[in-house]
Ligand binder design. Structure first.
Ligand code: DGT
Ligand code: CA
Ligand code: CA
Ligand code: ZN
Length: 587
């Protein structure tokens, strides 16, 4: 069954650009769905499905083709009648027939058909016999066993339906963490590279923009024969369901419930398509406005002056033709990047190569799984100049927090260690106690090179109290870094309430630094707060909070988030030389 997300339909009135081919296909498919529920003539239904499929595989925008007076009946599956219907959709953004159908049948029914195993006949029965139009009603009919009254709903069918409802609901409430999404993307890209006649494979969408979470994967390919690539794609091992399969676009669901879209685009449009499908939508809409001012048109096939394609092969070409320098994917959120690009003020974004050390590391003294020396050796392999050992303090008992005597023992061990090229800084991740005091006496704090301070308790204080608590802790002259400043865990725990602006202001006044924690489920500070810190002149440290050697690779997620937050090397203290770093840590 074709996915018929209502997502796009509501936005039709506010779009600046012509209606997209996939929207036309979606409208035609919705009509087909509703006609099927009504039990209409199969030939009529097929006509809409064929129309949808053909429009979906056009290699240029239907609206451009109409503007050029091109004849749609030259395409397979489109008769005179259907051509007229497509024209109506393009010109009005809606389709009268669909609106009429929706008056007879609740449009919600279309969504029920997204449940695999619920075809139009079953949906019609649910509606006619039990007046069920949505998921909630379906669930309660299953619960009350009323559904057993309907012929064709046996135990096996019901079990299937329940599983599928579960999956749909999870999908709606959960976005996948970037770390997980990247893993899946990597394997699929490797797999697609093996397809016959493949030329190029690129990951687009929110993964390319390094968003902290993603809804689905968007992958672009160029190839000699798209049909062969699509055949290959849907045979991927992890695929549990093929949601749609066309000549140039297919969508599947993986076992993990992640949806993957693959699109084949012509070589001469590759840059334009990559730009379009990388988004964000908001960024692309802003680009389109610039194009209109220049009397150009941009879409996924290129930049056009009249009928002539004047750019499209590379992204650079597309941006340059619009009078802009290349804009990095992480910046493409319409958060000021276009204005910055126009005035030559784009940031020179930090890269992983700028990082000289990791300043938040746990060891087997507490809840880490490796020795100090093992963690330092890993830093050496990564080419770092320094590493800070920062185990928990006594208040965090569940993590085996260290008492002062144990910290002194750790200091001695660090003094005795020599790892070539890497300086091991003596540090601690010090608990910020409820009253805003630190969990170690000043005379011990003083002996350390670096103090990473964090809230691990009393998350539910009021915003005022929580803010006051943290700022009071910063008053301690040994406070260096506020670790994972909001305490959020993606998909697991909301941030605790703080007045972030007030905290940034306090940090700036006291020469304290805010951490961007690179653990993929933290990524705390988020992108917007990173940008805010930069604008307020507050320095950031990007740290991994590693508990095992392998975690030190998480630095790349922190870098992704930092780039989304417009950070440059000079905004981030662990790009500094050891000498410059030590100076900053002296407040
Ligand atoms: P996600 O999947 O929610 O994490 O975020 P995206 O950005 O990957 O969004 P997605 O998968 O819906 O679409 C991929 C890209 O395709 C998106 O970034 C921009 C482009 N796109 C999708 N729909 C539209 C649209 O209606 N207009 C424009 N201009 N671009 C669109
Ligand atoms: Ca996506
Ligand atoms: Ca998508
Ligand atoms: Zn930690």
């Amino acid at each position: 069954m074709i996915i018929t997300a209502g997502q796009n339909t509501g936005q039709r009135n506010i779009r600046f650009m012509p209606i997209h081919n996939s929207d036309i296909a979606e409208i035609l498919n919705q009509v087909a769905d509703l006609l099927e529920i009504l039990g209409e003539n199969p030939f009529r239904i097929r006509a809409y499905r064929n129309g949808a499929r053909t429009v979906g595989s056009f290699t240029r925008n239907a609206s451009d083709m109409i503007a050029n007076n091109e004849d749609f009946t030259q395409f397979p599956g489109i008769g005179k009648d259907m051509a007229g219907k497509i024209k109506q959709i393009v010109e009005t953004g809606t389709f009268e027939m669909l609106e009429n159908l929706k008056k007879h049948l609740p449009a919600e029914l279309i969504k029920l058909m997204n449940i695999s195993g619920l075809g139009p006949k079953k949906v019609a029965k649910l509606y006619k016999q039990l007046n069920i139009t949505n998921l909630e009603q379906l669930k309660s009919a299953i619960e009350s066993q009323k559904i057993l009254e309907i012929e064709g709903f046996g135990e096996k069918t019901i079990k299937n339906i329940l599983e599928e409802i579960n999956r749909l609901e999870q999908k709606e409430s959960r976005r996948t963490m970037i770390s997980v999404a990247q893993e899946y993307a990597k394997s699929i890209v490797e797999y697609l590279r093996k397809a016959e006649g493949i030329i190029d494979v690129s990951v687009a969408g929110s993964v390319r923009r390094q968003r902290e979470t993603i809804m689905d994967l968007d992958i672009l390919v160029t190839c000699k024969d798209a049909v062969k690539v699509m055949d290959h794609f849907v045979k991927y091992d992890e695929v549990v369901k093929v949601l749609s399969k066309g000549r140039t676009k297919s969508t599947v669901l993986l076992r993990s419930n992640l949806q993957v879209d693959v699109r084949a685009v012509p070589q001469e449009s590759y840059g334009a398509a990559l730009q379009y499908f990388t988004g964000s939508k908001e960024h692309s809409i802003a680009l389109r406005k610039i194009a209109i001012k220049k009397k150009y048109k941009v879409n996924e096939y290129g930049v056009f002056s009249g009928k002539k394609r004047i750019a499209g092969k590379t992204e650079e070409e597309v941006y340059n033709k619009l009078g802009l320098p290349y804009i990095e994917p992480e910046l493409r959120e319409n958060r000021g990047e276009i204005e910055a690009a126009l005035s030559g003020k784009l940031p020179k974004l930090i890269t992983i190569k700028d990082i000289k050390g990791d300043l938040h590391i746990h060891t087997d003294y507490t809840d880490g799984h490796a020795s100090i020396s093992k963690m330092a050796q890993t830093a050496q392999q990564l080419g770092y100049k320094y590493i800070a050992i920062t185990d928990h303090t006594q208040h965090t008992t569940i993590a085996g927090g260290l008492r002062p005597a144990e910290i002194r023992k750790q200091i001695k061990e660090i003094d005795s260690l020599q790892i070539k090229g890497v300086t091991i800084l003596k540090g601690s991740e010090v608990d910020i106690l409820e009253e805003g005091t630190l969990d170690l006496p000043d005379e011990l704090l003083k002996e350390l090179d670096i103090r990473v301070c964090s809230v691990h308790s009393k998350f539910n204080l009021s915003k005022e109290k929580q803010t006051e608590r943290i700022i009071k802790a910063m008053d301690n002259r040994y406070f260096n870094i506020l670790a994972h400043p909001t305490g959020r865990l993606i998909n697991k725990r909301e941030p605790y309430e703080i007045d972030i602006e007030k905290i940034m202001k306090a940090a700036k006044e006291r020469n304290c630094i805010l951490e961007l924690n690179s653990f993929p489920d933290r990524l705390d500070l988020n992108d917007i707060y990173c940008k805010m810190a930069k604008e307020m002149g507050v320095k950031i440290v990007i740290s991994t909070d590693s508990h095992r050697p392998g975690d030190m690779e998480f630095m790349r997620f922190g870098i992704g988030q930092a780039r989304r937050g417009w950070l440059e090397a000079l905004d981030v203290i662990n790009t500094l030389s050891l000498t410059a770093l030590k100076k900053i840590l002296k407040r």
